[in-house]
Design a protein around this ligand. Structure first.
Ligand SMILES: [Zn+2]
Ligand SMILES: [Zn+2]
Length: 755
């Protein structure tokens, strides 16, 4: 999982990152990989359960915000919208811990300039008008909020040196509206033989919504089906974002199976939305299967999936179409995380899922290094490996290092222990349970997802809790404070989480009081900094002693959290074991993938055998070679309420515009015969100005509306088209007036009633 990457405005083609310089010779690379600034390891946290609004029935209509490749099969021609506007990559959002985090306000000044930035709002949102174009500032057109929303045809720029020896990435050439293939290199793999096609649809160039397709001839299997949480500043009102699977829907008849590497939301959260479109059996390990079942019950899904449980410890293999599947155990921050090995007619390929090598895991189930080594001996064609923490030197710390910290604090505290962590981190929960027992305390679990996951983990035998240790939260009051441990959700400061409510005094059973020790056994998922800080402040105001991993040196305590992704040494070890012919970094923002590629280069892999890919890229592999082929559709499909993909860029732009400067509605009643005003226009505004105090401005606007009607040249029975044009002009005139007086750009909505 699963950090959120809010506010990372990916550069457009015009301000693309500088070309990555050629890599140093092999062996030299690792020195360059030192992170400039020491950072906390990437966090875990996908365990949060989504809050369901209602039953989400899949809908027929679906549109995606994303980028399209040219000449790909099975696409949606209507979507190849060629709009001259400034393009921007879909933002790389990640599964974020909930709705509580604050996001930066859209910042006009940072929006990319130039290109063909055009106002967009009104043209497509029907009769009512819509958002205004750019704001006027000092006479120059400043791109509006529109630039904060991904456009429909933005091509990802990838001039990375890791593009293989040929078939270079399609790039959007500067100054041209159309994606072009620049420097195509040798011709396509024009062989008649079927080729293996590896098609990432999510999770590359971003952290979140992981998904990829593996295709050979008439068979496709998918690996993972994740979702990402939206950035409220960029996707207001949107619940989740899933990958665009239109390529797979067009090739539905080929889809034989879905494989899930583990049960984090960025790997399986998309199931309720995607599975009904692509029905096929799901292959996954036991704990993940339990989590999938729980999720499907929660969503009342009509499609009853066939769950096929794979046991990584038995090395069982299953034939699916031309492919053979095998699961290999890795360690991560959730039970039963596995890499998947797919034997294809061309060779073996491995998708690691999220992984690290924890030599002393809490559940006693380390990664299966022996099997990885054997696979290396058998020969591996392609390794696709997690990039999340590849920018950290050395080896990640074992989960076991946390237990002494718990013991120390549980023993030291005289009052209650309240501990927040990720609800799917069952091994962490086990450590808390162990320390609770050792300290002679009792534990109460609080928070919906915490309770649900604990129940499932106990039922499946992944969490071992001594009899009599667990108490109900409502019974905590009957215990002396020195005997209480409360384990809860809310480590990211999420608004409605148990911990936040305890801090604000809104929790039914537990209110924070002096003497409480609150432990955050978690990371700070980027983007959640503010809400976590607010939560810590609130807890301290109530008199609690607050411990967070970030301040552990200040408090003189041990480690309170470790992440679930491998550092450089582990990635090198994996490469040594597997010795793949080709390497594709997955799961990570672009810089992470490039760094991961550099690790492989440093291990002596040939540069032309390493591919840094984007979602929608296709890696085509034959027995003799590999190269990038034509792209397939990819991008974000937004889920809002019951709608799948019915919220698109224009809707978001309107939401952002309304949220920023409000709405200004003009209701004019006109004569059907003459087109003239029959009464004074009504004005309604929301979120713009308090009308009572701005009577003068409202009167000016009303006068301006009258003037516009008088200026109208149309006589007689005006047509629909006349009205549409007139409304656009009215919108601009009134918008200009309001901007000149207030320096704000509310959404102006002219409504004309003919009587
Ligand atoms: Zn992940
Ligand atoms: Zn994960």
């Amino acid at each position: 999982m699963e950090p959120n990457t809010n506010n990372q405005n990916n550069p457009s083609s015009e301000n693309a990152p500088a070309r990555i310089p050629n890599n140093p010779v092999a062996g030299n690379a690792p020195d360059r990989l030192k992170p400039q600034v020491p950072r906390e390891p990437r966090p875990e946290g996908a365990g949060q359960q989504p809050v369901r609004r209602d039953q989400r029935a899949p809908q027929a209509s679906r549109q995606s915000i994303g980028y399209q490749g040219g000449g790909r099969p099975g696409g949606q021609p209507g979507q190849q919208a060629n709009r001259g506007e400034q393009s921007q990559r879909p933002n790389a959002n990640a599964a974020n811990a909930g709705s509580g985090h604050t996001a930066a306000r859209p910042n006009d000044a940072s929006a990319p300039q130039g290109g063909g930035a055009k106002p967009q709002g009104g043209q497509r949102s029907g009769g009512g008008g819509g958002g205004r174009g750019g704001r006027r500032r000092g006479g120059t057109q400043v791109p509006n909020h529109t630039d904060l929303v991904p456009s429909l045809d933005a091509m990802p720029v990838n001039k990375s040196t890791f593009n293989g020896s040929s078939g270079r990435q399609q790039i959007k050439v500067k100054g041209s509206g159309q994606p072009q293939v620049s420097d195509r290199g040798p011709a396509n793999l024009a062989t008649k033989e079927p080729k293996l096609r590896v098609i990432p649809l999510g999770g590359l160039g971003e952290v979140g919504k992981n998904m990829m397709a593996i295709e050979y001839g008439n068979d496709i299997i998918t690996v993972d089906m994740g979702f990402a949480f939206p950035n409220p500043a960029k996707q207001p009102g949107v619940d989740y974002m899933i990958p665009d699977v239109s390529y797979l829907v067009a090739n539905k008849h080929k889809v034989r199976a879905h494989v899930l590497t583990h049960a984090h939301e960025d790997h399986m959260g998309g199931i309720p939305f995607i599975l009904p479109q692509l029905p096929a059996p799901i292959y996954t390990a036991r704990f993940s299967a339990g989590m999938v079942e729980k999720k499907l019950v929660e969503y009342h899904l009509e499609t009853q999936p066939q769950l096929r449980i794979m046991d990584p410890d038995k090395h069982e293999k299953v034939q699916v179409g031309v492919f053979t599947l095998e699961f290999v155990r890795v360690t991560h921050s959730i039970p039963d995380a596995c890499a998947v090995v797919i034997t294809t007619p061309v060779g073996k390929i491995i998708n690691t899922g999220d992984w690290r090598f924890d030599p002393t895991p809490v559940d006693g189930k380390p990664a299966d290094l022996t099997r990885f080594k054997e696979l290396g001996d058998e020969g591996v064609l392609l390794l696709m490996s997690d990039s999340t923490s590849c920018e950290y030197l050395g080896h990640s710390k074992s989960e076991a290092v946390i237990e002494p910290t718990f013991r120390d604090l549980f023993g030291r505290a005289e009052g209650r222990i309240i501990l927040a962590s990720f609800s799917s981190q069952i091994n962490r929960i086990q450590l808390v349970v162990n320390s609770t027992a050792t300290a002679g305390r009792k534990i109460a679990f609080v928070g919906r997802s915490m309770l649900a996951n604990v129940e499932l983990a106990i039922k499946l035998g992944y969490l071992k809790v001594p009899a009599g240790l667990v108490v109900r939260v409502q019974d905590v009051v009957n215990l002396p404070d020195s005997q209480v441990v409360v384990m809860c959700t809310g480590s990211q400061g999420e608004e409605n989480s148990a911990l936040t409510r305890m801090g604000s005094g809104d929790h039914q059973n537990i209110k924070i009081k002096p003497g409480d020790s609150v432990l955050f056994s978690s990371s700070i998922i980027p983007g959640n900094d503010r809400s976590i800080t607010n939560s810590i402040d609130a807890l301290m105001r109530e008199g609690a002693r607050v411990y967070h991993n970030v301040f552990r040196e200040l408090d003189g305590i041990g480690i309170l959290h470790v992440g679930g992704h491998g550092y450089q040494d582990e990635i090198k070890e994996m490469l040594d074991l597997v010795r793949p012919k080709y390497f594709v970094p997955i799961h990570g923002e672009f810089h992470m993938m490039v760094r991961n590629a550099e690790i492989a280069l440093g291990k002596g892999m040939a540069k032309e055998n390493i591919f840094v890919m984007d979602n929608g890229d296709v890696l085509e592999i034959t027995p003799s070679r590999a190269q990038k082929g034509a792209r397939v559709p990819s991008g974000i499909v937004m889920i809002d309420g019951a709608g799948i993909g019915d919220v698109e860029g224009v809707v978001l732009r309107d939401r952002i515009a309304m949220g920023a400067d409000g709405v200004f509605m003009i209701i004019a009643t006109v004569s059907r015969k003459t087109g003239k005003l029959v009464s004074s226009p009504d004005i309604i505004s929301r979120g713009f100005i308090y009308m009572k105090e701005h009577e003068e401005l409202i009167n000016k606007a009303r006068a301006e509306v009258r003037k516009s009607f008088e200026k109208r040249a149309i006589t007689g029975n005006p047509s629909r088209e006349d009205w549409a044009k007139f409304k656009l002009r009215l919108r601009d005139d009134i918008g200009d007036l309001l901007y000149s007086k207030t320096k704000r750009s509310p959404m102006v909505l002219p409504v004309i009633n003919e009587v």
